[in-house]
Design a protein around this ligand. Structure first.
Ligand code: ADP
Length: 488
């Protein structure tokens, strides 16, 4: 019954471009027979076919043009006009009556043809558009299901309206369509070291704040295994910029996390293992250096000096690697005391001077500026910034260092007139292992760990570190530390 209704109801066939010729032909023929039966048998008046012949057949033309396009409409018109001529010739029309009937039939036929053409053409165009949209939707749905990331779309009332199979696979549960978010959690998960609250959901925040939220990390248990996911969400707006929905992208980063942990463990272990033999090599080289002095052999002294330089570089590298792993495991410790920051700046300049290529390092100390900090770690930061200023600026240029009190803070600036840093890199250079230049361009190659370590040290002192720089004009690195009175 349902199939029959779908077959007959033209509205149900919108978008289906299968146009029948049998159905209109059979229906029009049946209508002719019924009409003749009605006139001859029921009314017993062959002349009484006129009104039904017009109205019933006009309806059939409209119906078939709408159901089967121009094809259906034209078949219905052809059947109707043939029937009209059949009536004219079987009802003994003659003379003026015959001429008038033929003229009327030709006029009606033209009007019917025009009507069938317009309705049929419109119907075909509507079908084409619907089919195009349906195909587009199918294509998108296929891509949506094939994506390597999970996708969840909710309307603005936070009801899940769409999700893909990858999402179910990542989470290990089937997301029920129509699930309302915001009150209950779909999964027990952790975020920022604590239990996830419904308000942590990036999707919820995207809808409430109207802003894109990117790369929030969550962990949860799946089959006894800890899984890590990264979640981003964006609001979807209508033409008036009103939020109507939001889409969330969920990527499984468990393997990446495992790899990172393995890599960090390896670096940690390797740097620890390197530290001990390196200390012994340094010790033995120091002894050889001392003993060599009595032989006054210039060539050997030169070799030992080069050796010492390489050992120093290795020591810096191993110390940096150890610091990076201490930061990552939260094991970097600080011994804080009150001291004048200017004395540490002066000492650092003294110690780094020998590495400078004739650079003129200027610093004017003033009134004492007391800070409550770890002296060695602050020395480490300053030394890294000054060494960088030397490394990335031409020989014999100036490096200006300043320390100024401002409110309850001290701002230290280290300015060079070297290569400079593009504004797009100002944030990135503080990331772990990030380097702007090819190592080959450098006078003394590094590994991009210095600024990362410096930032972490300054952060632990409740301070800030940043850079202002323009390419080819030089850079100024700033460190801001709270003054000693302000210690917390
Ligand atoms: P590296 O060991 O490579 O010097 P850092 O973490 O100290 O590592 O610095 C990261 C990157 O920042 C460097 O590779 C360099 O490209 C850039 N950089 C740091 N200081 C300066 C500076 N004073 N002038 C220009 N570029 C700099």
């Amino acid at each position: 019954m349902k199939t029959l209704l779908t077959y007959i109801n033209p509205l149900k066939r919108l978008g289906i471009r299968e146009y029948s010729y049998k159905f209109p032909t059979l229906t029009v023929l049946s209508a002719v027979f019924l009409n003749e039966f009605y006139a001859y048998v029921l009314l017993r008046d062959p002349e009484a076919v006129g009104t039904t012949a017009i109205f019933v057949f006009l309806l059939l033309i409209i119906y078939f043009a709408f159901r089967d396009g121009r094809k259906g409409g034209f078949i219905a018109v052809f059947g109707t006009i043939s029937y009209y001529f059949y009536i004219i010739f079987t009802r003994d029309y003659s003379g003026d009556r015959l001429i008038a009937a033929v003229q009327t039939t030709i006029f009606l036929g033209s009007a019917y043809l025009f009507l069938a053409w317009v309705i049929g053409w419109l119907k075909e165009e509507i079908d084409k558009l619907i089919e195009l949209e349906a195909n587009g939707r199918k294509r998108l749905e296929t891509i949506f299901q094939q994506l390597p990331v999970g996708v969840l779309i909710s309307d603005k009332d936070l009801t899940v309206v769409q999700s893909n199979n990858k999402l179910n696979e990542i989470l290990g549960i089937k997301i029920p369509l129509g699930f309302k978010m915001g009150s209950t959690m779909l999964l027990k998960s952790n975020h920022n070291g604590g239990k996830t609250k419904p308000s942590d959901s990036p999707l919820l925040q995207a809808i409430q704040k109207g802003k894109a939220i990117s790369n929030r990390e969550f962990t949860f248990q799946k089959n006894g295994d800890t899984r890590h996911v990264q979640v981003s969400a964006s609001p979807i707006q209508d033409r008036n910029n009103d939020i109507i929905a939001a889409a969330s992208i969920i990527s499984d980063i468990t393997e990446q996390k495992k790899l990172e942990t393995r890599k960090d463990d390896f670096v940690n272990m390797a740097s620890h293992e390197l530290k001990t033999p390196l200390t012994s090599i340094k010790l033995y080289t120091d002894i050889i250096e001392r003993k060599m002095k009595q032989y006054h052999d210039k060539e050997l002294e030169n070799i030992i000096e080069k050796n010492q330089e390489q050992i120093k570089r290795l020591q810096i590298l191993v110390d940096d690697l150890l610091d990076v792993s201490r930061i990552q495991t939260g094991k970097m410790t600080f011994q804080k005391e009150i001291f004048d920051i200017q004395t540490v700046i002066r000492d650092t300049i003294e110690l780094t001077k020998e590495a400078a290529d004739g650079h003129k390092i200027s610093f004017q100390a003033g009134e004492p500026i007391p800070v409550f900090a770890d002296k060695f770690r602050i020395y480490q930061v300053l030394s890294n910034l000054i060494t960088n200023a030397v490394k990335y600026s031409p020989e014999e240029t100036e490096i200006i260092i300043k320390a100024e009190k401002k409110d309850k803070e001290v701002i230290i600036s280290i300015r060079d007139f070297g290569a400079g840093i593009d504004p797009s890199e100002h944030e990135k250079i503080f990331e772990r292992l990030y380097q702007v230049f090819d190592t080959a361009d450098k006078k003394s190659p590094g590994f991009g760990m210095g600024l990362f370590i410096s930032r972490e040290i300054i952060k632990k002192h409740k301070g800030r570190i940043w850079v202002e720089s323009e390419l080819k004009k030089g850079s100024t690195f700033y460190i801001c530390l709270p003054l000693a009175d302000n210690k917390s």
